[in-house]
Write a protein that binds this ligand. Structure first.
Ligand SMILES: *Cc1c(COP(=O)(O)O)cnc(C)c1O
Length: 388
């Protein structure tokens, strides 16, 4: 056996011993409250399809129409000849939706974050980030060459101290924390950002579509505009149910990204049909307010049920409802017990979350029924108390 192969085999074995080994389940159906695995139906509580749009007939039809009109491949990067009228219309609609001058599509949220920080930061700059920010914001800061300083989660007082030296170039935070579900203290962050002249960037991957009366996300809910948060990043693969991401902001920000964001410039544009699908889902996000209302009702049903059962839920007002387990082996065992009862909930372990904070990340969708939420509570009550 070669040295490389042996080294990898040993490292994989260690990962397994530490209960950190990750595997994939093969899904044979569309996303929805139930999915099919190996011919069997499972109740699904780990998707980010919060509004039930990933398999919506109007979204599917828009993608089909888009494919019929534009074909499948975009053919090139946006700056070469891949920027279609479908992309352009979606960008204009996203700008209007976020009440910003312009919006720019990226292929994924990961790439949007890399693109923004790569374009705005360089050696000699300092970026301040919440310790629980999404991995893509951390990687983006590292790749930019700027100095990355992480402040304790949602700790505005420590952030203020770090800002005192006047060296910060950018503050970046998730709007809704992806593994905790809590909402960032964006009002305070915006006030500090303004006072210390360090622009604020919010990654609202889990807030957009879900929070705010019109689905405008954590910023709409908190009443914040472009002056407060000049750089807004949103993803389209979660509440929007499609794929891709965007950055919204001023004319100058977007033009700078077009000129300088390497993950925008050096990659093939999204398929135009996907942009058409997102245009349809954006309409549904804005007009079908009952989806958010229904989601809120299900969240309330789940959290009050969990409180009655004394389940160790972490406090969260969003559809991300983590159940704190602590130990990775126990989190995995609990997830496997639920799977044996035809319920999928993923165990989230380090390094995605801090050591000793392994958890089940339960996510709710407006497409779940009350009976399905009750069934989850019932199974959690049986299996949590003998595992945790
Ligand atoms: C999912 C996610 C991303 C990455 O978005 P993709 O489009 O999946 O690459 C970025 N930030 C946060 C907070 C996320 O949850």
């Amino acid at each position: 056996m070669s040295g490389l192969k042996r080294g990898l085999r040993d490292a994989l074995a260690r990962r397994r011993d530490d209960h950190l080994y990750r595997t994939r389940r093969v899904i044979e159906s569309p996303q929805g409250p139930e999915v099919v695995i190996d011919g069997q139906r499972y109740l699904n509580f780990c998707s980010n399809d919060y509004l039930g749009l990933a398999n919506h007939p109007q979204v599917i039809e828009a993608m089909q129409r888009g494919a019929a009109r534009y074909g499948v491949g975009s053919g090139a990067a946006h700056l070469i000849c891949g920027h279609s009228s479908a992309h352009h219309a979606l960008e204009e609609e996203l700008a209007a939706f976020t009440k910003r001058q312009r919006a720019l599509l990226f292929s994924t949220g990961y790439m949007a974050n890399l693109g923004v920080m790569g374009a705005l930061l360089g050696r000699g700059d300092t970026v301040l980030e919440d310790r629980l920010n999404h991995a893509s914001l951390i990687d983006a800061a590292r790749l930019s060459g700027a100095r990355l300083q992480r402040y304790p989660h949602a700790d505005v007082a420590t952030l203020e101290k770090r800002l005192a030296d006047g060296k910060a170039t950018l503050i970046a935070s998730d709007g809704v924390f992806s593994m905790d579900g809590d909402i960032s203290p964006v009002v305070q962050l915006a006030a500090l950002a303004r006072e210390h002249k360090a622009p604020l960037m919010i990654d609202d991957a889990h807030g957009l579509g879900v929070l705010g009366a019109h689905g405008g996300g954590s910023l709409e809910q908190l009443g914040l505009g472009t002056d407060d948060v000049p750089v807004l990043m949103g993803t389209l693969g979660k509440a929007f149910g499609t794929f891709g991401a965007f950055v919204a902001g001023s004319e100058e920000l977007i033009e700078t990204l077009i000129q300088q964001a390497r993950s925008y410039i050096y990659t093939t544009a999204l398929p135009p049909a996907l942009a058409e699908a997102t245009r349809a889902s954006l309409k549904l996000v804005q007009t079908e307010t009952w989806r958010r209302e229904r989601l809120r009702q299900l969240i309330a049903r789940f959290t009050s049920g969990a409180a009655e059962l004394n389940l160790p839920l972490m406090p969260s007002p969003t559809p991300i409802q983590p159940l704190l387990v602590g130990d990775s082996a126990q989190a995995l065992a609990l997830s496997e017990k639920l799977f044996a009862r035809n319920i999928i909930v993923s165990a989230i372990r380090p390094p995605t979350v801090p050591q000793g904070q392994a958890r089940l990340r339960i996510t709710l969708s407006c497409a779940h029924s009350e009976a399905q939420v009750d069934r989850l509570l019932e199974e959690l009550s049986v299996h949590t108390h003998d595992t945790v």
